[in-house]
Design a protein around this ligand. Structure first.
Ligand code: G3I
Length: 379
């Protein structure tokens, strides 16, 4: 990887080396009750990781130590996205990703590349170039910049993120900028470029909204499978599927059979599966924290018991490790459901949808994940 570490990188790496030397690293802890998710997952023949941001790792020692203890895999929550890397055409800002990759390497952690093509992370300048000139070169250049610099540290790439949308095209492809500029073949082109640039990496298509037995997600599963089947039968170069796993307690029912059959249909295509973005959006914010945590853990247990029954499921990444840092928030719509429920300055706290609470304490969701790994190890 050709980049000069920054001062912050050196500090982070040093911190990591010190922690590693003191045995903080994942997998070196006892297998007992205090075993980390990293060690439990590894013992089960799978892996556990989380989405992170390097700016938080750099300043929050407690959070950094929790990541080092609990995870073997890291996913950049934002730093690798096109609109984060190349705000100005031809002038990539790579320092945050350099720091994150250096931190991972200094601590023996493995990385997922998230994400190459996503309709929500296209730099403003690229929209015009892609649409007006049907010019693929900015995409090829972005892929090449990332993969040539980080390819030796990244073992899985989310090459295409969230290509499916319902209610528009019969093929279920989202009418995103890439489709409008290059047609449905943009997915194949992205996979071909990624394979040419990263021949030894696992290439993935990552999707959300595939979990519940509700009409829209039934349609999404059907359309996603059709896309995967079409790509495989055309010989497109990809190896795995990311199922994001953003659970939501306002949705339901969750059918173990429906979700399990869906995972089996993906496995029947010869594809591996990763649960890539597990977290839980709560619904009842009035309940006591213990009850809220129980509901979250119960949803995670039901989901992972189905996922880990499938041998093609190789790993799990949660979309954050601690409620201290989650993209999931208690929204104004949530508050509006409880008029007058809380005095000014009071309230339900943060959404409690990740394994650790805001004080980095293990919650029932953490225990549910650990138990699910242990209950169904890969044979
Ligand atoms: O870092 C800038 C900051 O400099 C600026 O002042 C601020 C206000 O504009 O924006 C900051 O960037 C934000 C970034 O998160 C880092 O905080 C972006 O605006 C914001 O859009 C970005 O949100 C991320 C979102 O993807 C879009 O990239 C979320 O953190 C991240 O959790 C979310 O993750 C997605 C997955 O990639 C795909 N699956 C769904 C998942 C949740 O939406």
């Amino acid at each position: 990887m050709s980049h000069r570490p920054t001062r912050r990188t050196c500090l982070l790496a040093t911190a990591g080396l010190v922690l590693a030397a003191t045995g903080w690293r994942a997998g070196v802890e006892a297998q007992g009750a205090d075993a980390s998710l990293a060690s439990v997952a590894t013992a089960a023949g799978r892996y556990y990781g989380t989405a992170v941001r390097i700016d938080r790792i750099a300043v929050d020692d407690q959070y950094r130590q929790a990541i080092l203890r609990e995870c073997t895999h890291l996913t950049p929550e934002f730093e690798m996205k096109w609109d984060a890397i190349e705000r100005i055409r031809g002038k990539p800002s790579l320092a945050p990703m350099d720091d994150l990759v250096s931190f991972a390497r200094a601590n023996g952690m493995r990385m997922r590349g998230h994400t190459l093509l996503w309709y929500r992370s296209v730099p403003d300048w690229a929209a015009g170039v892609l649409l007006e000139h049907k010019d693929w070169s900015p995409i090829r250049n972005y892929f090449s910049t990332l993969i040539s610099r980080y390819g030796d540290a990244i073992e899985q790439w989310d090459v295409v993120n969230e290509p499916i949308d319902t209610g528009h095209r019969t093929d279920g492809l989202r009418e995103n900028i890439f489709l409008r500029a290059f047609g449905p073949d943009y997915i194949r082109r992205a996979l071909d470029d990624a394979r040419m640039l990263a021949p030894r990496a696992s290439l993935m298509i990552n999707e959300y909204g595939l979990d519940y037995d509700i009409p829209v997600e039934r349609d999404r599963r059907y359309l996603f499978l059709k896309l995967l089947e079409g790509l495989k039968s055309a010989g497109a170069p990809f190896d795995a599927v990311g199922i994001q796993g953003h659970l939501d307690l306002s949705k339901g029912p969750f059918s173990p059979k429906v979700f399990g059959d869906f995972l089996q249909e993906i496995a029947n295509l010869g594809l591996q599966i990763v649960i890539t973005e597990l977290d839980v959006k709560e619904y009842d914010y009035l309940a006591p924290a213990e009850e809220r945590d129980r509901r979250v853990a119960d949803a995670v247990r039901r989901y992972l018991d189905v996922a880990f029954a499938q041998p093609a499921v190789k790993g799990l990444t949660s979309w954050g490790l601690s409620d201290r840092y989650s993209w999931l928030e208690v929204t104004p719509e949530d508050y509006a459901r409880y008029p007058g429920a809380w005095k000014a300055g009071d309230g339900p706290g943060v959404n409690r949808g990740l394994p650790l609470d805001s004080s980095m304490r293990r919650k029932p969701m953490y225990q549910a994940i650990a138990a699910a790994f242990k209950r169904q190890p890969l044979g």
